[in-house]
Design a protein around this ligand. Structure first.
Ligand code: MG
Length: 124
């Protein structure tokens, strides 16, 4: 069965881009436009991997991550940060996020990162 990826980003253009790109790769993709929506979706069904934007109005990615980790500690998350958000990256790493990508990202690089992360999870 295809892994389920949850794309969390407040920008519709980014959500659509990632939705299309990962659907094309054969993944089952779902989207959330906010941290709150992401938490609701994770409570309904644990995805295989989350692509989480950091900069979002209201609840940011880090706050959403903290709540999601309470639901499932082992969930794999790739953070999408803007250049210079090193403090947020450091905090995210403390919460167990191993991977992050800086916006604007290269789509092929992100696809590879997702693939590698999913392989690592399966190997656990
Ligand atoms: Mg954003």
């Amino acid at each position: 069965m295809a892994a389920k990826i949850l794309v969390v980003d407040d920008q519709m253009g980014v959500r659509r881009l990632l939705y299309e790109a990962f659907r094309e790769e054969g993944y089952d993709v779902d989207m959330a436009a906010s941290g709150h929506e992401a938490i609701t979706k994770v409570m309904e069904e644990i995805p295989g991997l989350i692509l989480m934007d950091m900069k979002m109005p209201g609840m940011n990615g880090l706050e959403a991550l903290k709540e999601i980790k309470k639901i499932n500690q082992a969930i794999a998350v790739i953070m999408m940060t803007a250049y210079g958000e090193l403090e947020i990256v450091t905090q995210a790493m403390k919460l167990g996020v191993r991977e992050y990508i800086t916006k604007p990202f290269d789509l092929n690089e992100l696809k590879l990162l997702v693939k590698q992360t999913l392989i690592e999870i399966e190997a656990c």
